[in-house]
Design a protein around this ligand. Structure first.
Ligand SMILES: [Zn+2]
Length: 88
């Protein structure tokens, strides 16, 4: 019985660590930073325009930061495609 309790605590610690890892990797869909009560871009800290939040309620970044992030993601995808092509 005691072993079962230990196991569930270990599993809980594991899932808590997974949650921390997920946050530190900043996946999309977290929404803006609301730590001071104002929706702010998680990248630059600028206040999020209401129009953007109306369109994308779970946006984490302002438009310019999102464009930068998308450009980086595109560049990464392109580099990955080149790497894959070279492999074949
Ligand atoms: Zn920003």
């Amino acid at each position: 019985m005691a072993d079962n309790v230990d196991d569930s605590q270990a599993a809980e610690a594991k899932s808590r660590q997974a949650a921390i890892d997920a946050v530190s990797h900043r996946p999309r869909g977290l929404g803006p930073d609301m730590s001071d009560g104002t929706p702010r871009c998680r990248e630059c800290g600028e206040e999020m325009p209401a129009a953007r939040l109306a369109r994308v309620p779970d946006a984490e970044r302002c438009v310019s930061c999102q464009e930068e992030a998308d450009a980086e993601a595109d560049a990464e995808a392109a580099a990955q495609a080149v790497a894959n092509a070279e492999k074949d």
